[in-house]
Design a protein around this ligand. Structure first.
Ligand SMILES: *Cc1c(COP(=O)(O)O)cnc(C)c1O
Length: 386
Protein backbone atom coordinates (compact mmCIF):
# COMPACT_ATOMS: atom_id res chain seq x y z
CA UNK A 1 0.00 0.00 0.00
CA UNK A 2 1.50 3.31 -1.07
CA UNK A 3 1.68 6.01 1.60
CA UNK A 4 -0.22 8.41 -0.60
CA UNK A 5 -3.32 6.21 -0.31
CA UNK A 6 -3.31 6.36 3.48
CA UNK A 7 -5.81 8.40 5.44
CA UNK A 8 -4.73 11.24 7.71
CA UNK A 9 -4.66 9.26 10.97
CA UNK A 10 -2.27 6.78 9.35
CA UNK A 11 -0.17 9.43 7.60
CA UNK A 12 0.68 11.08 10.93
CA UNK A 13 2.37 7.82 11.91
CA UNK A 14 3.69 6.51 8.59
CA UNK A 15 3.71 9.41 6.12
CA UNK A 16 7.10 9.91 4.49
CA UNK A 17 8.66 7.47 6.97
CA UNK A 18 10.75 4.46 6.13
CA UNK A 19 12.76 2.13 8.38
CA UNK A 20 16.36 3.25 8.74
CA UNK A 21 18.59 1.53 6.22
CA UNK A 22 21.53 0.86 8.56
CA UNK A 23 19.83 -1.45 11.12
CA UNK A 24 16.13 -1.28 10.29
CA UNK A 25 15.38 0.94 13.27
CA UNK A 26 11.65 1.73 13.11
CA UNK A 27 12.13 5.26 14.40
CA UNK A 28 14.46 7.54 12.42
CA UNK A 29 17.67 7.80 14.47
CA UNK A 30 18.89 11.17 15.72
CA UNK A 31 21.76 11.79 13.31
CA UNK A 32 23.63 14.13 15.61
CA UNK A 33 26.33 14.97 13.10
CA UNK A 34 27.49 18.09 11.31
CA UNK A 35 29.09 16.32 8.37
CA UNK A 36 29.30 13.06 6.38
CA UNK A 37 32.25 11.09 5.07
CA UNK A 38 32.88 11.06 1.32
CA UNK A 39 34.59 8.14 -0.48
CA UNK A 40 36.01 10.55 -3.07
CA UNK A 41 35.23 14.26 -3.53
CA UNK A 42 31.50 14.57 -4.21
CA UNK A 43 30.93 10.83 -3.71
CA UNK A 44 28.52 10.54 -0.76
CA UNK A 45 25.24 8.93 0.30
CA UNK A 46 23.03 11.99 -0.23
CA UNK A 47 24.24 14.13 2.66
CA UNK A 48 27.29 16.40 2.72
CA UNK A 49 26.75 18.85 5.55
CA UNK A 50 23.86 19.16 8.05
CA UNK A 51 22.90 22.74 7.17
CA UNK A 52 21.91 21.59 3.69
CA UNK A 53 20.48 18.28 4.85
CA UNK A 54 20.29 15.81 7.73
CA UNK A 55 18.49 12.44 7.65
CA UNK A 56 16.48 13.05 10.85
CA UNK A 57 15.39 16.42 9.51
CA UNK A 58 14.53 14.85 6.14
CA UNK A 59 12.24 12.35 7.89
CA UNK A 60 10.39 15.25 9.54
CA UNK A 61 10.30 17.29 6.32
CA UNK A 62 8.78 14.32 4.48
CA UNK A 63 6.29 13.85 7.30
CA UNK A 64 4.99 17.46 7.22
CA UNK A 65 4.81 17.36 3.41
CA UNK A 66 2.77 14.17 3.69
CA UNK A 67 0.27 15.32 6.34
CA UNK A 68 -0.29 18.68 4.60
CA UNK A 69 -0.79 16.87 1.30
CA UNK A 70 2.23 18.69 -0.16
CA UNK A 71 5.25 17.34 -1.97
CA UNK A 72 8.08 19.15 -0.19
CA UNK A 73 8.70 20.03 3.45
CA UNK A 74 11.26 22.25 5.18
CA UNK A 75 12.14 22.51 8.86
CA UNK A 76 13.53 25.58 10.65
CA UNK A 77 14.77 26.60 14.08
CA UNK A 78 11.48 28.40 14.86
CA UNK A 79 8.16 29.39 13.32
CA UNK A 80 9.52 32.87 12.74
CA UNK A 81 12.57 31.47 10.93
CA UNK A 82 10.11 29.70 8.59
CA UNK A 83 8.24 33.00 8.05
CA UNK A 84 11.59 34.74 7.45
CA UNK A 85 12.34 32.18 4.72
CA UNK A 86 9.03 32.90 2.95
CA UNK A 87 9.55 36.67 3.11
CA UNK A 88 12.99 36.30 1.54
CA UNK A 89 11.23 35.23 -1.67
CA UNK A 90 10.38 38.94 -1.98
CA UNK A 91 12.47 41.93 -2.97
CA UNK A 92 12.40 45.64 -2.29
CA UNK A 93 9.30 47.25 -3.84
CA UNK A 94 7.13 44.15 -3.44
CA UNK A 95 3.91 44.37 -1.44
CA UNK A 96 2.21 41.99 0.97
CA UNK A 97 -1.40 41.96 2.10
CA UNK A 98 -2.09 40.51 5.51
CA UNK A 99 -4.67 40.48 8.23
CA UNK A 100 -4.90 43.18 10.89
CA UNK A 101 -5.49 40.43 13.46
CA UNK A 102 -2.27 38.49 13.44
CA UNK A 103 0.27 36.70 15.63
CA UNK A 104 2.31 39.47 17.31
CA UNK A 105 5.67 38.05 16.22
CA UNK A 106 4.54 37.92 12.58
CA UNK A 107 3.47 41.56 12.78
CA UNK A 108 6.87 42.41 14.29
CA UNK A 109 8.99 40.65 11.66
CA UNK A 110 6.84 42.21 8.90
CA UNK A 111 7.01 45.78 10.18
CA UNK A 112 10.35 45.89 12.00
CA UNK A 113 12.58 43.65 9.86
CA UNK A 114 11.17 43.54 6.32
CA UNK A 115 9.48 46.93 6.01
CA UNK A 116 12.81 48.76 6.52
CA UNK A 117 14.22 46.59 3.71
CA UNK A 118 11.67 48.09 1.31
CA UNK A 119 8.79 45.61 1.39
CA UNK A 120 5.39 47.18 1.92
CA UNK A 121 2.74 45.56 4.14
CA UNK A 122 -0.98 46.26 4.10
CA UNK A 123 -3.01 45.10 7.11
CA UNK A 124 -6.69 44.70 6.36
CA UNK A 125 -9.65 42.88 7.91
CA UNK A 126 -9.40 39.73 5.78
CA UNK A 127 -12.89 38.48 6.60
CA UNK A 128 -13.85 41.21 4.11
CA UNK A 129 -12.65 40.00 0.70
CA UNK A 130 -13.35 43.37 -0.94
CA UNK A 131 -10.94 45.04 1.50
CA UNK A 132 -8.23 42.66 0.30
CA UNK A 133 -9.03 43.19 -3.39
CA UNK A 134 -8.86 46.96 -2.89
CA UNK A 135 -5.18 46.66 -1.92
CA UNK A 136 -4.10 44.58 -4.90
CA UNK A 137 -1.78 46.24 -7.39
CA UNK A 138 0.98 45.09 -9.75
CA UNK A 139 3.48 44.97 -6.85
CA UNK A 140 1.38 42.55 -4.79
CA UNK A 141 3.49 39.41 -4.48
CA UNK A 142 2.24 37.70 -1.34
CA UNK A 143 -1.02 37.31 0.54
CA UNK A 144 -0.50 36.17 4.12
CA UNK A 145 -3.36 34.45 5.89
CA UNK A 146 -3.56 33.23 9.46
CA UNK A 147 -6.79 31.39 10.28
CA UNK A 148 -8.21 31.03 12.87
CA UNK A 149 -6.70 34.39 13.78
CA UNK A 150 -4.81 34.93 16.97
CA UNK A 151 -6.36 35.72 19.40
CA UNK A 152 -9.73 36.88 18.05
CA UNK A 153 -10.60 33.56 16.39
CA UNK A 154 -11.84 35.11 13.15
CA UNK A 155 -11.99 32.72 10.23
CA UNK A 156 -10.61 33.72 6.85
CA UNK A 157 -11.89 32.02 3.73
CA UNK A 158 -8.78 30.28 2.32
CA UNK A 159 -10.41 29.27 -0.98
CA UNK A 160 -11.57 32.83 -1.63
CA UNK A 161 -8.09 34.19 -0.76
CA UNK A 162 -6.51 31.64 -3.11
CA UNK A 163 -8.69 32.95 -5.93
CA UNK A 164 -7.75 36.56 -5.15
CA UNK A 165 -4.04 35.66 -4.99
CA UNK A 166 -4.21 33.73 -8.22
CA UNK A 167 -5.86 36.54 -10.18
CA UNK A 168 -3.26 38.97 -8.77
CA UNK A 169 -0.36 36.68 -9.69
CA UNK A 170 0.66 36.60 -6.02
CA UNK A 171 1.51 33.69 -3.75
CA UNK A 172 -0.84 32.68 -0.94
CA UNK A 173 0.83 31.59 2.30
CA UNK A 174 -1.23 30.27 5.21
CA UNK A 175 -0.07 30.11 8.81
CA UNK A 176 -1.76 26.86 9.83
CA UNK A 177 -0.42 26.79 13.39
CA UNK A 178 -3.79 27.10 15.17
CA UNK A 179 -5.71 24.62 13.04
CA UNK A 180 -3.03 22.00 12.26
CA UNK A 181 -3.49 19.76 9.21
CA UNK A 182 -5.85 17.62 11.32
CA UNK A 183 -8.45 20.40 11.08
CA UNK A 184 -7.50 22.24 7.90
CA UNK A 185 -5.33 21.59 4.85
CA UNK A 186 -4.61 24.90 3.10
CA UNK A 187 -2.75 23.38 0.12
CA UNK A 188 -5.95 21.49 -0.75
CA UNK A 189 -7.82 24.80 -0.63
CA UNK A 190 -5.48 26.49 -3.11
CA UNK A 191 -2.68 27.90 -0.91
CA UNK A 192 0.87 27.83 -2.30
CA UNK A 193 2.73 27.60 1.00
CA UNK A 194 1.62 26.34 4.39
CA UNK A 195 3.57 27.41 7.46
CA UNK A 196 3.61 26.10 11.04
CA UNK A 197 5.03 27.05 14.33
CA UNK A 198 5.66 23.38 15.18
CA UNK A 199 6.40 24.70 18.68
CA UNK A 200 2.65 24.47 19.19
CA UNK A 201 0.36 21.55 18.23
CA UNK A 202 2.72 19.60 15.98
CA UNK A 203 5.37 19.28 18.67
CA UNK A 204 2.49 19.23 21.12
CA UNK A 205 4.43 18.82 24.36
CA UNK A 206 5.84 22.31 24.98
CA UNK A 207 9.41 21.02 24.76
CA UNK A 208 10.70 22.35 21.44
CA UNK A 209 10.74 25.52 19.31
CA UNK A 210 10.49 24.86 15.57
CA UNK A 211 9.02 26.03 12.27
CA UNK A 212 7.85 24.03 9.25
CA UNK A 213 6.84 24.74 5.67
CA UNK A 214 5.06 22.52 3.17
CA UNK A 215 4.47 23.20 -0.53
CA UNK A 216 3.25 21.32 -3.58
CA UNK A 217 4.99 23.23 -6.34
CA UNK A 218 8.51 22.13 -7.26
CA UNK A 219 9.72 25.58 -8.30
CA UNK A 220 8.57 27.32 -5.10
CA UNK A 221 10.10 24.45 -3.11
CA UNK A 222 13.45 24.92 -4.81
CA UNK A 223 13.47 28.66 -4.11
CA UNK A 224 12.57 28.07 -0.45
CA UNK A 225 15.11 25.28 -0.09
CA UNK A 226 17.82 27.56 -1.52
CA UNK A 227 16.98 30.20 1.11
CA UNK A 228 16.82 27.56 3.87
CA UNK A 229 20.35 26.35 3.17
CA UNK A 230 21.75 29.79 2.30
CA UNK A 231 20.32 31.66 5.30
CA UNK A 232 20.78 28.56 7.45
CA UNK A 233 17.95 28.86 10.01
CA UNK A 234 17.56 25.08 10.20
CA UNK A 235 16.52 22.99 13.21
CA UNK A 236 18.76 20.46 14.89
CA UNK A 237 18.29 16.67 14.60
CA UNK A 238 17.17 16.23 18.24
CA UNK A 239 14.36 18.74 17.73
CA UNK A 240 13.40 17.06 14.44
CA UNK A 241 13.12 13.76 16.36
CA UNK A 242 10.91 15.35 19.03
CA UNK A 243 8.50 16.89 16.51
CA UNK A 244 8.30 13.64 14.52
CA UNK A 245 7.33 11.96 17.77
CA UNK A 246 4.76 14.67 18.44
CA UNK A 247 3.17 14.31 14.99
CA UNK A 248 2.53 10.60 15.60
CA UNK A 249 -0.09 11.46 18.23
CA UNK A 250 -1.42 14.61 16.52
CA UNK A 251 -4.75 13.07 15.52
CA UNK A 252 -5.63 11.66 18.95
CA UNK A 253 -4.47 14.80 20.71
CA UNK A 254 -6.46 17.05 18.38
CA UNK A 255 -9.57 14.95 18.87
CA UNK A 256 -9.38 15.56 22.64
CA UNK A 257 -8.41 19.25 22.22
CA UNK A 258 -11.59 19.66 20.15
CA UNK A 259 -13.82 17.80 22.64
CA UNK A 260 -12.51 19.73 25.63
CA UNK A 261 -12.59 22.98 23.62
CA UNK A 262 -16.27 22.54 22.82
CA UNK A 263 -17.17 21.83 26.49
CA UNK A 264 -15.23 24.80 27.80
CA UNK A 265 -16.52 27.19 25.12
CA UNK A 266 -20.11 26.54 26.27
CA UNK A 267 -19.11 26.49 29.95
CA UNK A 268 -17.50 29.94 29.66
CA UNK A 269 -20.36 31.30 27.55
CA UNK A 270 -22.78 30.43 30.35
CA UNK A 271 -20.57 31.78 33.14
CA UNK A 272 -21.85 35.01 34.77
CA UNK A 273 -18.35 36.52 35.09
CA UNK A 274 -17.70 36.16 31.35
CA UNK A 275 -18.87 38.74 28.78
CA UNK A 276 -18.09 37.12 25.44
CA UNK A 277 -16.45 33.95 24.15
CA UNK A 278 -14.72 33.86 20.76
CA UNK A 279 -14.81 30.33 19.35
CA UNK A 280 -15.65 29.48 15.72
CA UNK A 281 -17.80 26.48 16.70
CA UNK A 282 -20.68 28.68 17.90
CA UNK A 283 -23.43 28.90 15.30
CA UNK A 284 -23.63 32.64 15.88
CA UNK A 285 -19.89 33.16 15.33
CA UNK A 286 -19.75 35.60 12.37
CA UNK A 287 -17.60 33.22 10.26
CA UNK A 288 -19.09 29.93 11.48
CA UNK A 289 -20.13 28.77 8.02
CA UNK A 290 -16.65 29.26 6.56
CA UNK A 291 -15.17 27.48 9.57
CA UNK A 292 -17.57 24.60 8.99
CA UNK A 293 -16.68 24.36 5.33
CA UNK A 294 -12.88 24.53 5.61
CA UNK A 295 -12.22 22.91 9.02
CA UNK A 296 -12.93 19.37 10.17
CA UNK A 297 -13.75 20.59 13.71
CA UNK A 298 -13.21 23.78 15.72
CA UNK A 299 -10.11 23.12 17.78
CA UNK A 300 -9.04 23.92 21.30
CA UNK A 301 -8.20 27.61 20.94
CA UNK A 302 -10.57 30.29 22.20
CA UNK A 303 -10.55 33.64 23.88
CA UNK A 304 -13.00 35.42 26.15
CA UNK A 305 -13.56 38.78 27.81
CA UNK A 306 -14.65 39.40 31.38
CA UNK A 307 -17.97 40.98 32.27
CA UNK A 308 -16.12 43.47 34.47
CA UNK A 309 -13.93 44.56 31.53
CA UNK A 310 -11.34 45.71 34.01
CA UNK A 311 -7.53 45.33 33.61
CA UNK A 312 -6.82 44.59 37.31
CA UNK A 313 -9.60 41.95 37.49
CA UNK A 314 -8.18 40.27 34.40
CA UNK A 315 -4.69 40.13 35.89
CA UNK A 316 -6.24 38.67 39.05
CA UNK A 317 -8.07 35.92 37.15
CA UNK A 318 -5.08 34.84 35.04
CA UNK A 319 -2.85 34.85 38.13
CA UNK A 320 -5.30 32.64 40.08
CA UNK A 321 -5.29 29.51 37.93
CA UNK A 322 -4.09 26.43 39.82
CA UNK A 323 -4.09 23.81 37.04
CA UNK A 324 -4.09 25.97 33.91
CA UNK A 325 -0.63 27.41 33.28
CA UNK A 326 -0.22 31.13 32.69
CA UNK A 327 2.31 31.47 29.92
CA UNK A 328 3.14 32.27 26.33
CA UNK A 329 2.62 29.60 23.68
CA UNK A 330 -0.23 27.19 22.98
CA UNK A 331 -0.98 23.78 21.56
CA UNK A 332 0.60 21.67 24.28
CA UNK A 333 -1.07 18.80 26.14
CA UNK A 334 -1.37 21.08 29.17
CA UNK A 335 -3.87 23.94 29.19
CA UNK A 336 -2.27 27.35 28.83
CA UNK A 337 -3.79 30.77 29.39
CA UNK A 338 -2.44 34.05 28.14
CA UNK A 339 -3.25 37.73 28.47
CA UNK A 340 -2.66 39.02 24.91
CA UNK A 341 -2.68 42.74 25.80
CA UNK A 342 0.31 42.36 28.12
CA UNK A 343 1.92 39.17 26.74
CA UNK A 344 1.81 37.83 23.15
CA UNK A 345 0.50 41.08 21.60
CA UNK A 346 2.40 43.51 23.80
CA UNK A 347 4.47 44.50 20.75
CA UNK A 348 1.36 45.81 18.93
CA UNK A 349 0.49 49.43 19.86
CA UNK A 350 -2.58 49.65 22.16
CA UNK A 351 -4.59 51.62 19.59
CA UNK A 352 -3.93 49.07 16.83
CA UNK A 353 -4.61 46.26 19.27
CA UNK A 354 -7.98 47.53 20.47
CA UNK A 355 -9.14 48.18 16.90
CA UNK A 356 -9.04 44.41 16.36
CA UNK A 357 -10.70 43.54 19.69
CA UNK A 358 -7.64 42.83 21.85
CA UNK A 359 -9.00 44.71 24.85
CA UNK A 360 -7.53 44.65 28.37
CA UNK A 361 -9.94 41.97 29.65
CA UNK A 362 -9.31 39.50 26.82
CA UNK A 363 -7.96 36.12 27.96
CA UNK A 364 -6.74 33.52 25.49
CA UNK A 365 -7.07 29.87 26.32
CA UNK A 366 -5.28 26.94 24.73
CA UNK A 367 -7.37 24.06 26.01
CA UNK A 368 -5.23 21.04 26.83
CA UNK A 369 -6.12 17.38 27.02
CA UNK A 370 -6.58 17.13 30.80
CA UNK A 371 -9.90 15.93 32.28
CA UNK A 372 -12.38 18.60 31.29
CA UNK A 373 -14.06 18.62 34.73
CA UNK A 374 -10.77 19.66 36.33
CA UNK A 375 -10.43 22.46 33.78
CA UNK A 376 -13.96 23.71 34.45
CA UNK A 377 -13.32 23.69 38.20
CA UNK A 378 -10.11 25.69 37.76
CA UNK A 379 -11.75 28.28 35.49
CA UNK A 380 -14.66 28.58 37.91
CA UNK A 381 -12.47 29.18 40.99
CA UNK A 382 -10.27 31.70 39.14
CA UNK A 383 -13.29 33.64 37.82
CA UNK A 384 -14.77 33.69 41.31
CA UNK A 385 -11.76 35.52 42.74
CA UNK A 386 -13.30 38.70 41.28
C1 LIG B 1 3.97 30.87 17.84
C2 LIG B 1 3.43 31.30 16.55
C3 LIG B 1 4.30 31.74 15.53
C4 LIG B 1 5.80 31.86 15.72
O1 LIG B 1 6.40 30.64 15.93
P1 LIG B 1 7.71 30.41 16.85
O2 LIG B 1 7.91 28.95 16.80
O3 LIG B 1 7.39 30.94 18.20
O4 LIG B 1 8.82 31.18 16.21
C5 LIG B 1 3.73 32.10 14.31
N1 LIG B 1 2.39 32.04 14.11
C6 LIG B 1 1.54 31.64 15.07
C7 LIG B 1 0.08 31.58 14.78
C8 LIG B 1 2.04 31.25 16.33
O5 LIG B 1 1.17 30.86 17.27
Amino acid sequence: MSHKDLKFNSLTIHGGQKPDEAYGSVIPPIYQTSTYTQAAPGEHKGYEYSRSGNPTRTALEDSIASIENGKHGMAFGSGLAAIDCILKLLKSGDEVISSNDLYGGSYRIFTKIFEPLGIKFHFVPMTNIEAVKARINENTKLIWVETPTNPMMNIIDIKAMAAVAKSAGALLAVDNTFATPYLQQPLNLGADIVMHSATKYLGGHSDVVMGLLAVKDQEIAERLYFIQKSSGAICGPMDAFLVLRGIKTLAVRMQRHCENGRELAYFLRNHPKVAKVFWPGFEDHPNHNIAKSQMADFGGMMSFTLASGNFEDTIKVVSSFKLITLGESLGGVESLAGHPASMSHGSIPKMEREKTGIVDSLIRLSVGIEDVEDLKADLHQALNTI
